[in-house]
Design a binder for this molecule. Structure first.
Ligand code: SME
Length: 160
């Protein structure tokens, strides 16, 4: 059984531990849904001040909600729409300090104040996005971004 460990030390040290746990969790498993579900749960229960953590997957036309932790969310997001659709088309992580200042932000949980969305590309192929919401303004710093991108890479690396 997976034992999640309390993260300790500096923010960088805590992420080192979280990434080790993420690697252990997906080790030997290439099922997209299973890994997305477990990684959402791991991150949601390990990092403070999050109200939504999860995945949207590209179905060939738009983004469709996948495994997540948090309140029920919008099911479909068109490419280019919202923070998620913007991350998908720009291929750039969107680190939004204040979602109310982002034109076109799609509110799913009214508690969300800041958001980080990492685009998921396997080579040139859009897989989806990894989305984190916080009830705290400016919740995500550069260290969060770098390490959550690394966690997204662990997810992508485990795929077939
Ligand atoms: N806020 C996102 C929508 C997804 S929810 O946050 C879960 C967006 O603007 O794309």
């Amino acid at each position: 059984m997976f034992e999640s460990q309390q993260l300790t030390g500096t923010q960088a040290e805590q992420y080192e531990q979280l990434l080790q746990q993420a690697s252990a969790l997906v080790h030997g498993e290439n099922d997209k849904i299973a890994n997305a579900a477990n990684l959402s749960a791991l991150v949601f229960h390990s990092l403070p001040d999050l109200n939504w953590v999860g995945f949207y997957f590209y179905d060939g036309n738009e983004l469709v909600v996948g495994p997540f932790q948090g309140l029920p969310a919008c099911v479909r997001i068109a490419l280019g729409r919202g923070v998620c659709g913007t991350a998908a088309v720009t291929k750039q992580t969107q680190r939004i300090a204040d979602v109310d200042a982002f034109p076109g932000h799609i509110p799913c949980d009214s508690a969300s104040r800041s958001e980080l969305v990492v685009p998921l590309y396997k080579g040139e192929q859009l897989v989806g996005v990894f989305d984190l919401d916080s009830p705290r303004l400016d919740r995500f710093n550069e260290v969060d971004q770098k390490n959550l991108e690394a966690l997204a890479d662990i997810f992508l690396g485990a795929l077939k």
